[in-house]
Ligand binder design. Structure first.
Ligand code: ATP
Ligand code: MG
Length: 556
């Protein structure tokens, strides 16, 4: 994949609209909002929405509100409210003032519902769900008026108050806007404004037994908060006429506008909260923040950085079409960030002992190596070199042709940042497995080529057996092995990658890596980028998660 990193962020049609509004004086300050429903953790699609809403406010000297769209108490919880705030802050965005809640506007919304009733713009309807569906008609056939549509204002006011007082059962009555049952836009066929739901709300407790629908809540909340540009995803395009109708029929003091952009759908990923919840509930992953999850908390634990996620959101642009974005672009963004910023270290994932027979048993050479090949500001690290070392078992063969650039019996290899060694013999266990390679150092090869002109075949990583540390390394890969795991009638659970996690319990790391603090990222040389686990890592029990390999192993 070719990407020109010098390109300005991809064009953003929303910025064009905002610039025109500011130039024409239609708005004096840009106010946006990010309106998550607290019914799950935020995912990579929300990161896009956050970067659009907070980003546009930032770029135009405006403000962005965080508003919990908490009108469906059954599926919502305080856990989600907290995780959402933490994730937004971690991404580096700050909302204006305190977080806001749709639920704190319930009284105002109710007053406005009465206003509509008084003006003959809303009525209480007793049709049950099945009947209502029948009356609604279809895309090709007009609906029919509800038999309750012509109730008097007095009767409607009385019934609405009694709905609010809890006199009726769930489903017995709803409040509907009186618009047009023949409208070609189904959303205008007398949409529901209020439902009876006798459930406790996480913010308002038992104060309410009727709850507003998304349509009745959203635009009105935007108006209360003085939102100028209400940005949402394309599935709300057909709701815009209703959004406008409600604002036109209510005594609101400001007139927000809704704009839609295409959802972010990365390949090899599902972003439906319902499906993510299923992965958690069925134990397919260890939780919402499992490093394989496309949640912000999961990406964080995997070692993705806020800079890389923001970079990715810029790179893909903001358009008016729903398309699939190659997840390799996200991986590209994190590799680019970590290549530039992550210190290097050595880790041996599949340890094979090497004993240097010419090297004294108690000798320790404190070699030093740069933490980063081009970032001198990151300084140097100490690498203790000793008689017994570990190399990766894949880096040794008894015999091999010249293409194998690692250690071979009778041949030489350079230990990275250290000596050139030559392998002499192998030691086997009772089953014939090689358990040790005996070798010797080639004199004068610290930072120099061998004087006899016999060059090493390649360079491999190593860790001192006496000074290195054991570590648990969790090798994560994509959760799904299908490009579009939930497309059409596919069941996403049929496309799980069986190799999305392999745990190496006894890897060896150089001592400097044990000093990592949780969430520090490194490049393990020749292996990939890894992060010290946010929860499980400590200097005594090092645990690292693979963020991403050095190269894309999925593309051909
Ligand atoms: P669900 O998955 O339950 O339908 P949702 O993804 O719409 O919910 P919300 O909490 O309502 O979740 O989303 C908050 C905001 O994030 C909304 O403005 C929504 O349009 C936006 N958003 C959600 N998913 C994406 C996505 N994949 N790409 C871009 N924006 C998104
Ligand atoms: Mg939604």
């Amino acid at each position: 994949m070719y990407l020109d990193m010098d390109d300005a962020p991809a064009s953003n049609f929303l910025q064009t609209i905002i610039s025109e509004d500011l130039a024409a004086g239609r708005v004096s300050e840009v106010v946006t909002r990010f309106p998550p429903e607290p019914n799950g953790y935020l995912h990579v699609g929300h990161a896009k929405s956050i970067s659009v809403n907070f980003g546009l406010a930032e770029a135009n000297g405006g403000r962005c509100n965080l508003r919990f769209d908490d009108t469906n108490p059954e599926k919502e919880s305080q856990e989600f409210i907290e995780s959402i705030q933490e994730d937004i802050r971690w991404l580096g965005y700050r909302w204006d003032g305190e977080p806001r809640y749709a639920s704190s506007y319930f009284q105002q919304l109710y007053d406005w519902a009465e206003h509509l009733v008084r003006n003959g713009d809303a009525y209480v309807c007793d049709l049950d769900a099945d009947q209502a569906r029948e009356y609604r008609g279809t895309l090709t056939e007009a609906g029919r008026n509800s038999p309750y549509r012509e109730r008097s204002v007095e009767e409607n006011l009385d019934l609405l108050a009694r709905m609010k007082a809890g006199e009726f059962d769930e489903g017995a009555k709803v409040l509907r806007a009186k618009i047009d049952m023949a409208s070609p836009n189904m959303n205008l066929r007398d949409p529901i404004l209020y439902r009876i739901r006798k459930v406790r709300h996480h913010q308002t407790g038992n104060d309410w037994v009727i709850y507003p629908t998304y349509d009745f809540a959203h635009g009105q909340e935007d108006a209360i908060e003085g939102i100028t540009h209400s940005i949402c995803t394309l599935e709300f395009e057909d709701h815009r006429p209703l959004y406008d109708w409600l604002l036109e029929h209510l005594p609101v003091s400001c007139r927000p506008r809704q704009y839609e952009f295409g959802r972010l759908n990365p390949s090899y990923t599902v972003t439906s909260k319902r499906k993510l919840k299923q992965l958690v509930d069925q134990g397919v992953v260890a939780g919402w923040d499992d490093p394989r999850m496309p949640t912000i908390a999961g990406m964080r634990r995997r070692g993705y950085t806020p800079a890389a996620i923001r970079r990715f959101c810029d790179m893909i642009g903001t358009t008016r079409s729903d398309g699939v974005v190659d997840v390799a672009m996200l991986e590209f963004a994190i590799r680019e960030d970590l290549n530039e910023n992550a210190p290097r270290g050595m880790c041996v994932l599949n340890p094979l002992k090497v004993v240097l027979t010419d090297y004294p048993e108690d000798k320790v050479e404190e070699l030093s190596a740069p933490r980063h090949p081009s970032r001198v500001d990151l300084g140097e690290r100490v690498l203790p070199f000793t008689r017994e070392l570990f190399i990766d078992a894949d880096d040794f063969r008894e015999e091999a042709n010249k293409k194998y650039k690692r250690l071979v019996l009778g041949k030489r290899v350079r230990l990275r940042n250290a000596w050139v060694i030559e392998a002499d013999e192998v030691v086997r266990d009772d089953s014939g497995q090689i358990v040790e390679v005996r070798a010797h150092t080639v004199p004068g090869t610290l930072g120099e080529n061998p004087a006899d002109g016999v060059k090493p075949r390649g360079v491999i990583q190593w860790v001192s057996a006496s000074h290195g540390r054991r570590a648990e390394v969790r090798l994560y890969d994509r959760l799904f092995n299908d490009e579009a795991p939930d497309k059409g009638d596919k069941d996403f659970l049929d496309h799980l990658n069986p190799e999305s996690l392999r745990v190496v319990e006894q890897a060896w790391i150089e001592p400097a890596l044990a000093q990592a603090r949780p969430e520090d990222s490194y490049q393990f040389e020749r292996e990939g980028y890894f992060v010290a686990d946010r929860y499980d890592h400590s200097t005594d029990t090092p645990v690292f998660n693979r963020t991403i390999g050095l190269r894309d192993s999925w593309s051909d």
